[in-house]
Write a protein that binds this ligand. Sequence first.
Ligand SMILES: C[S@@+](CC[C@H](N)C(=O)[O-])C[C@H]1O[C@@H](n2cnc3c(N)ncnc32)[C@H](O)[C@@H]1O
Length: 185
Amino acid sequence: MTVDWVGACRDWRGSHASTEATLVRHLDTPRRILDAAGGTGREAVRLALRGHEVTVLDPAGAMLTTAMDHADAAGVADRVHVVQAMAEDAPDLFGTHDFDVVLCHNLLQYAQDRVAMLRALVAPLRPGGLLSVLSPTPASGDPFACAADEVVADLAAVGANVLARYDLPRESDQPAALVHLIARH
Ligand SMILES: C[S@@+](CC[C@H](N)C(=O)[O-])C[C@H]1O[C@@H](n2cnc3c(N)ncnc32)[C@H](O)[C@@H]1O
């Protein structure tokens, strides 16, 4: 199935406020965060405004340009960095302890091999670091949805233990359309 990335990013805009609210429960001090598939930087800018240092990784150069425009407009360009690459490239791009937190929001469901993608994303995570995964569930009706239990199993396969699970709405009329998992690696 071909993915319309611009459309997909537009579809998921409504999830950012609720995801931020659940994620920040797990971020006590300023953290080094990798936002894999960070797109136009909407989550990155929210987190940078809270004092975190965020690297947005995405293969789409135009989205990264927009991400830096958003960061500039919000006055946090010094805390937002962009890298044009695929999530799968993370082990070659970063050191093994470079990040305290890695976000994989609205990306995993598109992976051909979800475990391989997660393995790449935990590579630059420091020991004890957090992996935050947001994915649509079958309740969303999204053709790429996967069951939350499958994502939990994928995380276990890369040595990440789920600390918290949040069932979130995508839109007000779609309760539990998204699952947000916070796992420790
Ligand atoms: C649905 S958007 C999600 C954006 C953001 N994370 C969010 O939750 O709103 C998917 C993003 O994944 C990016 N993308 C597609 N394949 C990717 C890959 N293999 N590695 C990293 N990013 C990828 C696309 O360019 C797009 O920006």
